[in-house]
Design a protein around this ligand. Structure first.
Ligand code: 5CU
Length: 381
């Protein structure tokens, strides 16, 4: 059972060298710019978000270089990382470019993982990955299916990272059904991640840095995209679809009973779904990137409760484990959220590990599962 104690980071990003080169050539967002720092040295800066100050933020080697990822993992006691391209993926490209680049980046990522170190004493690698689909407006469905097949055939790619825009009409677009079908059949997990947030008018006029778009806009985007998927009946049509949500599912756990009630009272939707909305929460996997034990415990309780809407059982514990904890997986969001001042360990990592250790009522088995065991099972590492 040694593998149960491994720490696996499932929310950790990179820009592969090929992608970083593309960003360096661009003048529109997203882009990497070079400017002279206060020490007179040239420094590269990343500008990806729409309302980011035009100077962007420092993009260190940790965004691109594998050695930096491995050093970060070692420093924080992380045994395995399932890495994914950071936002905005291929969203800004024309279909032909997106198609070609998706296939190239998937090959690059497979090599990045396959040629990395293994976890000592096991047959596992230290690096696995989420591949990319060229999911942009006007792309052909066949092009998306080709990328699904490529990812399935890549031994170290265990899922797909995806934004919320789909091929232009969001993820609840029925045109995507063949893609959900292929992903489910391949047993790949979709990592749903935000990029656009919500319209900036919501944030008022005060300069609050990046706090509002990141703390609230990102999770609301995920909340809305997932709710639309639920409402579209995707989980009824593809019951084995595995969806893994960034940032602990945003506000969805908090709003799920309200969602269920709104559905029940809405003549357009009331009879559309096979199950109560809360049932579908029990089919989701969420990262444990919420920085506090109380929030993590709450999310776990909401997921555990979903079984009531499935089997009718009121049990929230099974085999000595909280049924909610089985669907939560540790993540760091590296290399985003670096410490503002020099520090040995990154606060964003330490807080997420502490949160797991301090959820009230969780057993050691729950904690080990969230830190790594759940990822080992879900991604068949
Ligand atoms: O700080 C940020 O902008 C981000 C981002 O863009 N993507 C992400 O995953 N985390 C933080």
């Amino acid at each position: 059972m040694a593998s149960k104690r491994l720490v696996v980071d499932v929310h950790t990003h990179l820009y592969l060298p090929r992608y970083a080169s593309l960003l360096r050539q661009r003048t529109a967002l997203p882009k990497i710019i070079t400017r002279t720092g206060i020490d007179g040295q040239n420094e590269e800066r990343l500008v990806i978000l729409k309302d980011e100050p035009s100077g962007g933020r420092p993009i260190g080697r940790s965004y691109v270089e594998r050695d930096e990822k491995l050093k970060f993992m070692k420093k924080h006691g992380i045994d395995i990382s399932i890495v994914s391209t950071a936002n905005p993926w291929l969203d800004f490209l024309h279909p032909k470019e997106a198609h070609e680049l998706a296939l190239q980046l998937n090959d690059d990522l497979e090599e990045y993982c396959a040629t990395g170190p293994s976890v000592s004493g096991t047959s596992m690698r230290q690096l696995y990955g989420f591949g990319l689909l060229p999911i942009v407006p006007k792309i052909s469905i066949e092009s998306l299916l080709e990328a699904v097949r490529q990812i399935f055939a890549s031994p170290h790619l265990r899922g797909i990272i995806m934004g919320t825009r789909g091929i232009g009409k969001g993820l609840d677009d029925q045109m995507l059904d063949p893609v959900w079908s292929a992903i489910s059949e391949a047993g790949l997990t979709v990592f749903l991640h935000p990029h656009y947030g919500i319209p900036k008018e919501a944030w008022g006029e005060k300069n609050n840095g990046h706090v509002l778009p990141l703390a609230l806009g990102f999770p609301m985007e995920t909340t809305i995209a997932t709710t639309r998927l639920i409402l579209s009946g995707v989980f009824d049509r593809f019951p084995s679809l595995r969806l893994f949500l960034a940032h602990s599912g945003g506000a969805l756990p908090q709003l799920s009973s309200r969602l269920a009630s709104c559905i029940d009272h809405d003549p357009v939707v009331a009879s559309r779904l096979k199950h109560d909305a809360r049932f579908y929460l029990g089919k989701l996997y969420l990262d444990a990137v919420c920085y506090g034990p109380e929030e993590l415990g709450f999310v776990s309780d909401v997921l555990a409760r979903a079984s009531r809407y499935d089997t009718g059982s009121k049990d929230v514990v099974s085999g000595g484990r909280s049924m909610g904890s089985e669907r939560l997986l540790f993540g760091t969001d590296h290399p985003f959220f670096p410490p503002l001042s020099t520090s040995e360990k990154w606060k964003s990592v330490v807080e997420n590990l502490d949160a797991i250790d301090n959820v009230q009522g969780w057993t050691e088995a729950d904690k080990d599962g969230v830190k790594g065991g759940n990822a080992i099972s879900l991604f068949n590492l």
